[in-house]
Design a protein around this ligand. Structure first.
Ligand SMILES: Cc1cc2nc3c(=O)[nH]c(=O)nc-3n(C[C@H](O)[C@H](O)[C@H](O)COP(=O)(O)OP(=O)(O)OC[C@H]3O[C@@H](n4cnc5c(N)ncnc54)[C@H](O)[C@@H]3O)c2cc1C
Length: 480
């Protein structure tokens, strides 16, 4: 048996690739392989257990049908028709052009709408109010990017991806779950297939593997697979470029402080380059009335993220504050750097996310449980352990974050209030950037890379678009 296409991973990039191949009548002989479960079997037990129980063999938040999308807040970032660039979601437009990317976003957005996404777009009204915030930010050397956003909501994301899973099953797309792609098969620089093994045998290096063959193989492993992808590139000499790792915290503050940004834009994307380092510091994934959540990565690393539901609400807003770190010589291992930071901070929290009041950082002390219990801002992640984040985040990261918060306080009054909470570590891993051409093909013939894992995209909409785009490329290669 030889497939036309094998896709590794079933995140949004993979799912939309399969959807488009179905629409183009080229999906008869494709196979999607996912180490996690079907979307309907994915459940995060944290609410019942009161803490993250580190699901085995994989975290249900990051693995399974629709990947990190299933429990995501489901904010689909679109674009401004007036902008002559695409500012959010990665670099797809650098390969295929801005106009083509905008057309792809329109097309992909329509698919989300067809599967039940909310018709309402955030950030398209209140132009005058948004301009006032933009001007205030500019005065304080912060750039505000306002992009129209379609908000699915965590519970609705799950439901919507469930319908897409059903659509693919109804159209006879082959999907293999609980199955890890352990390696790829390459001969004379051409892809031949993949080696797979049962996910439950993940810890057994001697577990048997099965060879599955294909003309084309697509890597769609997301940030969850970034480390796996780095090792794969090293082993098979797949060309890569120096990558980046985004390290920071999840910041939680009362809705009241964020009310203008929340109500006019839903999510404000603020970007600064604070002194003295001038590194890029940005807010990301803002969740009004949302909840802070853990996510578990390889080697049991617990990171922090956030989401919000359409119906269930807290009284806090959470958002990531991330600092981009580049390395070159002699050290060039951004993933290793991020993992070390995460490991140290996890150890300080007894294996959990650490939470600290920003006022305690100003005072040069850790946060204690009784102080947290009496804090004005009540944490929404109950499993987070109070402690001292500054023990683990480097001076450069920490200075960038604190300076940025001070700058933001001049744009949004109360942003630096001492009761606000920092949770860590929030880290966005990308493998070293996989070198691809306009067809998204890697340096190995027939091997393609889409989505977040190889550094092409950063977010649901663009990951999905990269899948649609590659489907069209592959459709021309697949015989009728
Ligand atoms: C809590 C949370 C909230 C988020 N909120 C938003 C948001 O509001 N808006 C937004 O734009 N983005 C959000 N994101 C990010 C978004 O989910 C990702 O950008 C998107 O899912 C990337 O899609 P992908 O297809 O590249 O990879 P992923 O969704 O990461 O999927 C990759 C899949 O590949 C599988 N896999 C990896 N390695 C292997 C292997 N070796 N063998 C088999 N399978 C493998 C994984 O199990 C996973 O299911 C959020 C993420 C999280 C975790």
């Amino acid at each position: 048996m030889k497939y036309d296409v094998i896709v590794i991973g079933m995140g949004p990039s993979s799912v939309f690739l399969a959807y488009e191949l179905v629409k183009l009548h080229k999906a008869k002989n494709i196979l999607l392989i996912e180490e996690g479960k079907k979307v309907e079997d994915r459940k995060c037990p944290i609410e019942k257990a009161g803490k993250c129980v580190k699901c085995r063999p994989f975290c249900n938040i990051t693995s399974g049908f629709s990947g990190a999308g299933a429990f995501s807040d489901g904010k689909l970032s679109l674009y401004n028709p007036d902008d002559d660039d695409i500012y959010v979601g990665g670099e797809l437009h650098k390969y295929i052009g801005v106009k083509e990317t905008k057309d792809l976003i329109d097309y992909t957005d329509k698919i989300y709408l067809d599967f039940g996404a909310d018709k309402k777009l955030e950030g398209t009204e209140h132009k005058d109010e948004i301009k006032k915030i933009y001007d205030k930010a500019k005065k304080n050397e912060i750039n505000l990017i306002n992009i129209p956003i379609r908000h699915l909501g965590t519970e609705k994301s799950h439901e919507l991806y469930g319908k897409i899973e059903q659509f693919l099953a109804n159209n006879n797309v082959n999907m293999k779950f609980n199955c890890i792609v352990a390696d790829i098969i390459v001969q004379d620089n051409h892809i031949k297939g993949v080696k797979v093994k049962d996910s439950n045998l993940i810890d057994d290096p001697k577990a048997p593997t099965e060879d599955i063959f294909a003309e084309n193989v697509v890597i769609a492993v997301g940030r969850k697979g970034a480390n796996w992808l780095t090792n794969l590139c090293e082993k098979h000499k797949i060309k890569t470029e120096a990558g980046v790792v985004d390290i920071g915290v999840r910041y939680e503050l009362p809705d009241e402080i964020m009310k203008d940004v929340n109500s006019y834009m839903y999510e404000g994307k603020f970007i600064g380059h604070p002194e003295p380092f001038g590194d890029k510091v940005r807010t990301f994934c803002q969740n009004p009335s949302g909840f802070v959540a853990p996510e578990v990565y390889d080697n049991n690393l617990t990171l922090v993220n956030g989401h919000s539901y359409k119906d269930r609400k807290s009284t806090n807003t959470n958002l990531a504050i991330l600092v981009s770190h580049h390395f070159n010589h002699p050290f060039n291992k951004p993933i290793d750097y991020g993992r070390n930071v995460a490991k140290n901070l996890n150890e300080l929290g007894g294996g959990n996310v650490v939470v600290q009041r920003i006022g305690d950082i100003y005072r040069g002390k850790r946060t204690w449980q009784d102080e947290l219990d009496n804090n004005k801002v009540v944490p929404t992640l109950k499993a987070a352990v109070p402690g001292d984040i500054t023990f683990a985040l480097g001076y450069r990261t920490m200075t960038n974050i604190l300076q940025f918060i001070r700058q933001m306080d001049k744009v949004v009054e109360g942003f630096a209030d001492p009761a606000n909470l920092l949770y860590g570590p929030e880290i966005k891993f990308y493998s070293n950037k996989v070198v691809i051409d306009k067809s998204l093909e890697t340096s190995i013939k027939g091997l393609y890379s889409i989505g977040d894992g190889g550094g092409l995209t950063r977010g649901l909409m663009m990951a999905s678009c990269s899948g649609v785009y590659l489907a069209r490329v592959l459709a021309n290669k697949i015989a009728d």
